[in-house]
Design a protein around this ligand. Structure first.
Ligand code: AKG
Ligand code: FE2
Length: 463
């Protein structure tokens, strides 16, 4: 797994699980058996859980959602120990080839006295038994046509005028100096996102409530008030919206997609943007699907890449009722400077995405000098800027977000393992207070009910 550290691997497995969160030892065991492959480990844990609990349906009402989304970067809705579900049978023997390190130490408040897990100390040298699942090798999708053939995404190259792309890249790199690595609680430790990030709100009509929402945009954690779109981001957004609307007009709508446009409005507009800066090959983001709290079901997200080329990794979450018939495949999409990936409706429901760490990077050579630093001539850079333009739905505004027992806004997740292409999909609201509150949350879990919660209008309701 590209030398991914153990904490990241554990978080990735958690983010892929659709069964109650097992003890860390169970995850480590699965990782060991699957040679550090997070998806295969999650599948193995799920299969074992389903075997051990064959009498209770995984989608039964008592089941607790543990797939993570954390706008999610790496972690899962990691478990406060107070709500730990039953653990699986522990295995005594572990063996690991997985490199391990970090575990960002708990904050100085000292609520965790546990030292970082050193896998090598606990692992015994027992040869791993391979899981029975047939695994397909990853596939690189090297052209927009091939991306569209295999995924619910489209790729668009050279989308901004070259000078605008270059200026926007420089200005975001400059701004990114003040962006932060997000921190949250995972188990009983504080972990840190492996890249810097920030959030912007667009001055668009009277959408002012998104300033409030944006305070919670990250894992349900309250953050500073966001910036408004800088001028260059506004200019880029016009190009992005044009392409997104052209693409959307060619595709069928899903029943749960937003249909509340006023006459003459575009199908899609961006009212917020999340920006990420990846400096060097170690910066990354783990497998996740984007949190749906304010996006609502079946969102369209437009993701602009500037600077150093990185790989966008996509992997489908195969629904439970198909898991005996087919297997998920990992897709790698190279993301060159000035390219756009549109994650169309159903991407967040059916795929997880990541930017994996890379041991080697091709540097990006900017075409133009920095506008305010014309000399020396532009230097090659190892930085990648990503801007995801998003439409936060009026019917999922922060005032309508249920609060959990901790009195903190919940987050919305899709039931990815039991999806039905917009016909009978399930989503649930869960507590995310634990991300901020020393890892302690509550067991709040509520199925989202479009009708009872007065959400919409959606395309399904119109037709
Ligand atoms: O950097 C990227 O392309 C992906 C970022 C991402 O997944 C996110 O912002 O949710
Ligand atoms: Fe994402």
């Amino acid at each position: 797994m590209d030398g991914t550290d153990t904490d990241t691997l554990i978080a990735m497995v958690l983010s892929m699980l659709m069964v109650p969160q097992p003890e860390t030892a169970v995850i480590l065991d699965a990782l060991v058996q699957c040679d550090g492959d997070a998806q295969a480990s999650a599948d193995l844990i799920t299969a074992r859980y389903n075997n051990d609990n064959s009498s209770s349906s995984v989608c039964g009402t008592k089941r607790k959602a543990n797939s993570s989304d954390l706008t999610d970067w790496l972690t899962a809705e990691s478990g406060p120990s107070s709500r730990k579900p039953p653990s699986f049978k522990k295995r005594a023997n572990f063996h690991s080839k997985t490199p391990q390190k970090i575990i960002v130490p708990a904050n100085s408040s000292g609520s965790s006295s546990k030292r970082p897990v050193n896998l090598m100390e606990v692992l015994q040298q027992t040869p791993p038994t391979k899981p029975s699942t047939l695994r397909l090798p990853p596939l690189t999708l090297s052209s927009p046509a091939i991306v569209a053939e295999h995924t619910p995404c489209t790729q668009h190259l050279s989308i901004l005028p070259p000078e605008l792309a270059c200026k926007l890249f420089y200005s975001m790199v400059d701004l990114s100096r003040s962006w932060t690595r997000n921190r949250w609680w995972l188990f009983d430790r504080v972990v840190e996102s492996p890249h810097r990030t920030s959030f912007f709100v667009r001055k668009y009509g009277t959408d002012e409530c998104w300033h409030e929402a944006a305070q919670y945009w990250y894992n349900g954690r309250k953050t500073e008030l966001p910036e408004v779109f800088p001028e260059l981001m506004e200019a880029a957004c016009d190009y992005v919206e044009k392409i997104v609307n052209e693409e959307m007009s060619k595709r069928d709508r899903f029943p749960l997609e937003w249909a509340g446009h006023k006459p003459g409005d575009q199908l899609w507009h961006a009212n917020v943007a999340a920006a990420n800066c990846y400096e060097g090959g170690k910066d990354s983001v783990g497998f996740h699907s984007d949190q749906l709290t304010y996006l609502g079901p079946y969102p369209t997200i437009a993701s602009l890449s500037l600077g150093t080329s990185r790989t966008f990794r996509l992997r489908e979450v195969v629904p439970l009722d198909e898991s005996n018939k087919r297997h998920a495949r990992t897709f790698n999409i190279p993301l060159p400077h000035n390219s756009l990936i549109i994650m169309h409706a159903a991407t967040q429901e059916s795929f997880k995405h990541s930017i994996p760490p890379q041991s080697a990077l091709d540097l990006h050579q900017p075409l133009y000098p920095h506008p305010s630093r014309p000399s020396p001539p532009p230097q090659p850079t190892n930085c990648r800027i990503n801007i995801t333009f998003r439409f936060y739905r009026p019917d999922f505004n922060p005032k309508s977000t249920p609060k959990c027992k901790c009195d903190v806004p919940t987050i919305l997740r899709a039931d990815m393992k039991n999806r039905h292409d917009g016909r009978a999909d399930r989503y649930w609201w869960t507590c995310y207070a634990g991300a901020e509150n020393d890892g302690k949350g509550c067991d709040f879990w509520q199925v989202m009910d479009m009708k009872a919660e007065c959400r919409g209008p959606t395309f399904g309701l119109l037709s």
